[in-house]
Design a protein around this ligand. Sequence first.
Ligand code: NI
Length: 227
Amino acid sequence: MLIVIENVLGKDEVARFRQSLSGAVWEDGARTAGTRSIAVKQNLQLNDMSPVAIELGNHVLRKLGGHALFISAALPERIHPPKFNLYQNGGHYGTHVDAALMRVTDANLTIRTDLSATIFLSEPEDYDGGELTIEGHYGAQDVKLPAGDMVLYPSTSLHRVAPVTRGQRIGCFFWIQSAVADERARTLLFDLDQSIQALSVGRAKDDPDIDRLTHVYHNLLRRWAAV
Ligand code: NI
């Protein structure tokens, strides 16, 4: 399932990010590509250890930590420190699948990539191309969102970024290890949780039917989660 979460960053935060990133030193993204994806990757990335990457990444993590829709959709157990990339002058990333396991050396842990996330930091009208195309069971979907919006998609999917033929496309991207690895189970939990939220509107806090549905939600989560 592909989920768009709007306004993860407000326009003022996006402006602050862009200001910080305008003075950053960008490196060749191929340096961090795997042996197969290096042939198809042509973009720039911030060094993960640079102060600006760490500061902005931590800001993103703080925002996500309090974001109910993100938590409902991803059921995050571990989040890879956010990374930043820039596409320009025909830069692109051909069809690839993200590595299943990502090592976070300084935290001495390995993350299983269940979900991939991109937060767009450039407005769509400021560049041509740069669509993130995600292949799924129902065909391929092109994603190009307003700055501050995020797309979440299964890391199992093949995906690519189309060449940016005008302007710059700056993005923040990272991976999530979910407490519920199985995508079908996670999607059922998300749908159930969102339905409970919608049904709860206008009902008493102790509505017995909502309590029963919530009980079902938590017992399914208990059954499917591995933490
Ligand atoms: Ni990727």
